[in-house]
Design a protein around this ligand. Structure first.
Ligand SMILES: CC(C)(COP(=O)(O)OP(=O)(O)OC[C@H]1O[C@@H](n2cnc3c(N)ncnc32)[C@H](O)[C@@H]1OP(=O)(O)O)[C@@H](O)C(=O)NCCC(=O)NCCS
Length: 239
């Protein structure tokens, strides 16, 4: 299985990464993933860009296999199902520290902003239905952070534990590397042990913790900052 440590292509700049394969990942449920790693095959590059709507996904170097999960770029038809996944987490979890659901307009803005390179917004589908998404967007709005992005992964509760989150994060890492990003940051509620395990599996390391900077459901929350460095460029590309 592809991991966060896998070497990918690109890495020379932020705005002109290699073309993306329009197919991507796939994989069956967790049990099959665990038992059939040898079945992964290389995906050929088939398209370009990160425009939504096309059946885009992984990239060169990402492994894929025929199965029942497809990873592709977000398109407008995904607005409602991805918003439903996010708003469920808003209402019932501390995975996100929003207290109120986002509106469709707010969500459209959020998604569209992540369809612009070097960022990405991927969805996972099974039998044509959206079961999860993963996105990278700006970490902080300063020029100096241009090679850093913050990622998020959300899977519908009835699809948890079936390998979807892992497939999404693997694809997101490969795409981010190919788009020229240097560092991914995951900002996790420190009690989110499942997300911590997911990120650790793909090479992220916890690099710091901010104590009691958040609150939700009447509790103070700590923010755990996890980092994955995507390449070993000694200096940033010229601006
Ligand atoms: C975190 C989340 C995305 C994981 O997605 P998932 O599809 O359930 O995860 P997968 O089945 O692909 O598992 C991938 C890895 O996650 C970890 N993981 C998943 N379920 C776990 C569990 N119940 N206990 C411990 N670790 C678990 C493991 O490291 C697992 O790798 P493994 O199968 O080799 O053990 C999903 O639980 C989710 O959407 N949670 C709510 C939103 C959230 O917390 N998002 C993260 C904030 S950015």
């Amino acid at each position: 299985m592809t991991t966060g440590r896998a070497q990918g292509p690109g890495g020379s700049g932020l705005s002109a990464g290699p073309e993306w394969a329009d197919v991507e990942s796939v994989g069956p449920g967790r049990a099959d993933v665990e038992s059939a790693g040898a079945e992964w095959t290389d995906v050929e590059s088939a398209g370009a860009g990160s425009t939504g709507g096309q059946p885009v996904t992984a990239g060169p170097g990402v492994k894929a296999r025929t199965a029942d999960t497809v990873i592709r770029s977000w398109c407008p038809a995904d607005l409602e199902p991805t918003l439903a996944i996010f708003n469920q987490a808003v209402a019932q979890t501390t995975a996100t520290w929003h207290w109120s659901p986002k509106t469709p307009d707010q969500w459209a803005d959020y998604c569209q902003a992540r369809l612009v390179a070097p960022y990405s917004f991927l969805v996972a589908t099974r039998a044509g239905a959206v079961v999860g998404y993963a996105a990278v967007g700006p970490f902080r709005d300063r020029d100096g952070y241009k090679a850093t992005a913050e990622n998020a992964v959300y899977v519908a509760p009835d699809s948890h534990g079936q390998g979807v989150g892992g497939q999404l994060l693997a694809a997101l890492i490969e795409r981010s590397r190919s788009q020229g990003l240097h560092v991914l940051v995951a900002a996790l509620d420190s009690t989110n042990e499942i997300s911590a395990a997911l990120h650790a599996k793909f090479g992220f390391h916890e690099v710091g913790r901010l104590r009691q900077i958040g609150q939700k459901f009447g509790r103070w929350l700590d923010l755990a900052l996890w980092q994955l460095t995507l390449d070993d460029r000694p200096t940033p590309p010229s601006a």
